[in-house]
Design a protein around this ligand. Structure first.
Ligand code: ATP
Length: 197
């Protein structure tokens, strides 16, 4: 079975590509969804976060206070690293389990939708890296439109990520996230046909 890692910068079009791949019949595993599941109350990562960061990053109902934890790790690289060391292995374990389940069910291809695929080193889990590429002007425009960010806020989010140039160095396939929607989706269909045969 071939494991594809789908990634790209913020607002590049990853979710749009992943949704289309699902529509075409590809099993797509979403890292953001899994990252939320592994910190649900009672899960191992939830317990470890409580031991490491204390009750201050939890809400009164026991759920993780994502805003509080986000503010903490944004301001402190050591905390960020600690949090990643707790969450990433759990996310990887879920990926491995799901991959095995899909393999056993006879699937020949699985897509892992991982925004931080290259930054987290999770690319070691995949056979191919697909990068959705959109330039900064396009990202800024979409962030302004979709998330109502002003230009400066949009640029600082983009600057916090690995550059597109560095992502492209690691890409096995580049999906043109700047192309018109129909053209981009056609490219995705073409890739799906090639890979799933
Ligand atoms: P994020 O990193 O913030 O989760 P993303 O990479 O998943 O973003 P999408 O949410 O798929 O990106 O797309 C960002 C915005 O751009 C959305 O509003 C989407 O509808 C739009 N969009 C995506 N692809 C195209 C395209 N090829 N042409 C025009 N608009 C597009």
């Amino acid at each position: 079975m071939k494991i594809i890692g789908l990634t790209g910068g913020i607002a590049s079009g990853k979710t749009t590509v992943a949704t289309h791949l699902r529509r075409l019949g590809a099993p797509v595993l979403d890292a953001d969804v899994i990252a939320r599941q592994v910190v649900e109350p009672g899960q191992q990562a939830w317990r470890e976060i409580r031991q490491t960061f204390g009750p201050g990053v939890f809400l009164s109902d026991g759920k993780l206070d994502r805003a509080a934890l986000g503010a903490l790790v944004f301001a402190d690289p050591t905390s960020r690293q600690q949090l990643n060391q707790i969450v990433h292995p759990q996310v990887q374990a879920v990926f491995q389990r799901e991959i095995e389940r899909l393999r056993a069910a006879g699937h020949r291809l699985v897509v892992l939708d991982i925004p931080l695929l290259l930054e987290t080193g999770m690319d070691c889990m995949v056979d191919e890296v697909w990068v959705v590429a959109a330039d900064e002007a396009t990202q800024v425009q979409r962030l302004q439109l979709r998330d109502k960010l002003d230009e400066q806020a949009a640029r600082s989010r983009i600057a916090a990520q690995m550059s597109l140039a560095d992502k492209l160095k690691r890409a096995d396939q580049v999906i043109d996230g700047q192309a018109e929607l129909e053209v981009m989706l056609q490219q995705v269909e073409q890739l799906w046909k090639e890979k799933s045969l």
